[in-house]
Design a protein around this ligand. Structure first.
Ligand code: ADP
Ligand code: GLC
Length: 507
């Protein structure tokens, strides 16, 4: 089977190692075939952490499994690949259009299936909505098409010489995959990873026939959620196993405070041993010794270059020369991220002699308020509304602290990227932030989502900043913390193996 090899698709990630691919393992045993289904992958398009996880985890898992990725053929994908070799055709089903399946291979050898359906995916905008952030009105059809294509690949397509032994789904846009398998009576095991329980993919029940959801499935033990149809609930119900991206979040989502209405169901999953927390990793490109986006390289045992990055960052954001601490915010600008707390705390930070640089995109009201802060504190607060990875990398490397007062945080990658670049996170003790930050050692944690609590942690950070010895000691501890993907891949490997074994021994 032919596949176009991507030479310039992997722009910011220069993946260092060639992948094992489908070659048998060292002891000659065929690798089990995993289809990793995702709505974003940083090779082509990223709106948040899911893109990074989807680029790194399948690569890491390739050491143990024959992993292929499935993504929709968004404009960003086809623009990067050029014409794609078609390897199979999928017929129309229910109200979902027919489409073609293409296959491309990244420069380091990761096979990526692309669903070619220009009517659904060839649009200007993000994977989920238009340039103004408005969700596409046919997202149910767009992502049901993704789930159904995944289920079809698992069941075997006539033209295709590869079928998945297990589906790995990610978040609501993929979560109908296990449901389609169940409704077809196909005994293929599946794993659903919840990256964020707050996004559930809720649609009107009148859409059921178009999506091919049987009437009988629209009930409390199926896809129904308060009178609507829920993609995410479908995944939780029908997947063989559910994972989420940190231990703490795995516990939190079984409580009413964090459960977004699904805590009862998730408690049941946990009781059945069907819910596991597996912490994300970070990939090797996050390294201040080698990162080509940075003006100056530095390392845990040689921090000199960090100061040059700070100077450059101040210049870039129009800040005054200063000897005070520099706080950064690199975030989607949404309620989850506690942007309101960041905005409220800025005045106190500036009064303490600190400066703040922000990059982000999201709710228009937050964007306006942040721009207002930049005008109110010229030279002390710099704001760039947008999404650019090289800017984010320079901000982690140039700042002293990263503000991350998230109301909830399933895992969070930004705090790990910041730590790797010697910027200490000031974060709320929740989800993955609680699992990756050692208070007073590799960052600063606070518990209550309140301004007072956040400022308590900010003041502790400012104090630490006053002692170069303390600061550099903490920087070194943060930079040396290991977040290798191999460890997470082992966690997924065990989950896959038990799901495969359970399905092989099922009556
Ligand atoms: P989430 O997925 O909830 O947004 P994560 O911390 O897991 O949170 O991942 C966010 C990712 O997106 C990180 O890689 C972060 O650097 C990046 N990011 C967020 N906002 C921006 C931005 N405005 N510009 C560049 N990168 C951003
Ligand atoms: C989601 C979560 C974030 C997590 C990311 C990758 O976007 O909000 O906490 O790090 O997914 O798993």
């Amino acid at each position: 089977m032919d596949a176009r090899v991507l030479r310039d698709g992997d722009r910011l990630r220069q993946w260092p190692r060639a992948l094992a691919g489908s070659a048998p393992t060292a002891d000659g045993v065929a690798r089990r075939r995993i289809l990793y289904v995702t709505s974003e992958i940083t090779d082509f398009v990223k709106t948040g952490g899911l893109g990074d996880v989807s680029a790194a985890l399948p690569r890491s898992l390739s050491a143990q499994f024959d992993v292929r990725v499935l993504v929709p053929g968004y404009r960003q994908v086809t623009a990067a690949t050029g014409p794609i070799d078609v390897v199979a055709r999928l017929p129309a089903a229910h109200g979902l259009p027919a489409c073609e399946l293409g296959l491309v291979r990244s420069a380091d050898g990761l096979p990526i299936y692309v669903i070619l359906c220009p009517d659904l995916y060839d649009r200007e905008g993000s994977p989920y909505g238009d340039e103004h952030g408005l969700d596409w009105s046919d997202n149910d059809v767009r992502f049901a098409r993704l789930g159904l294509a995944a289920a079809a690949i698992a069941q075997g397509l006539p033209d295709l010489d590869w079928a998945a032994d297990l589906l790995h789904l990610n978040d609501w846009p993929t979560a109908l995959g296990p449901a389609y398998l169940a409704w077809d009576g196909a005994p293929v095991p599946s794993v659903l990873t919840i990256h964020n329980l707050a996004y559930q993919g809720l649609f009107d029940r009148t859409r059921l026939p178009q999506l091919g959801v049987p009437d009988a499935a629209f009930g409390i033990d199926g896809v129904e959620f308060y009178g609507k149809m829920s993609f995410l609930k479908a995944g939780i119900i029908y997947a063989s196993h559910v994972t989420t991206v940190s231990d703490t979040y795995a516990r939190e989502i079984t409580t009413p405070e964090f459960g977004c209405g699904l805590d009862g169901l998730l408690r049941r999953c946990a009781d059945e041993g069907r819910l596991t927390g597996i912490l994300n990793g970070i990939d090797e490109t996050w390294d201040p010794r080698t990162d080509a986006s940075l003006g100056s390289a530095f390392a845990a045992d040689d921090l000199k270059g960090k100061k040059a990055n700070a100077d450059e960052l101040r210049r870039d954001f129009g800040l005054a020369v200063s000897r005070g601490p520099l706080f950064a915010v690199v975030s989607r600008l949404v309620h989850q991220k506690g942007v309101d707390l960041t905005i409220e705390s800025t005045q106190s930070i500036v009064r303490q002699g600190g400066q703040v640089v922000v990059t982000g995109r999201g709710d228009a009201a937050f964007e306006r308020e942040l721009e207002g802060l930049a005008s109110r504190y010229p030279g002390q607060v710099g704001v760039r509304i947008g999404f650019e990875e090289a800017t984010a990398r320079r901000m982690f490397a140039g700042s002293d602290f990263l503000l991350m007062p998230s109301r909830f945080e399933p895992c969070g990658l930004s705090q790990m990227y910041a730590q790797r670049m010697g910027s200490l996170p000031v974060a709320r003790e929740t989800g993955g932030l609680a699992d990756t930050i050692k208070d007073g050692v590799t960052g600063f944690l606070f518990r209550e989502p309140s301004l007072a609590a956040m400022l308590g942690a900010v003041y502790r950070a400012v104090d630490a900043y006053k002692s170069r010895r303390t600061l550099n000691g903490m920087r070194r501890a943060a930079m040396q913390t290991c977040y290798a993907w191999d460890k997470s891949a082992d966690g997924y490997g065990s989950v896959y193996r038990s799901a495969l074994t359970a399905s092989a021994t099922a009556p």
